[in-house]
Write a new protein. Sequence first.
Length: 146
Amino acid sequence: MRAIFEGKVKKLITGRLERDDKLPDALLEICKQHGVKSGWIFAIGAVSRISVMTYEQRKKAYSEPIEAEGDYEILSLTGNVSLVDDKEFLHLHVVAAELVEGKTEVIVGHLVSAKVFALEFVLLPIGDVGLKRALDEQTGLKLWQK
Ligand code: ZN
């Protein structure tokens, strides 16, 4: 079943993380500090270590994480914050690339963790929606529920 929400973007929070900050922890901490429980997150920057996984739809389970170290550019980090069991939870996806001997190595997926080199982010808190996740039997994922 679809779940559609309507709310207002209350404000825009933007900033940069510092070298050696951890993702997603640092962004989660900022959400908590600013009282953001529902909203969208966007970022670009660079990381020196990254771990991603993908959801295996038929198995209804996440793959083993893929980890990489190097000079990874975050071309796009997109995600959101909502509540799981009344706690702030970040869902982040990432496209990152490294140039190795003239060839581009790309890593994509559901972000598990990363070590920041530099990162600029935007946080868009949405008021009046109260996004909450709960288990969706059809997908096996914790999805937004009305
Ligand atoms: Zn995901």
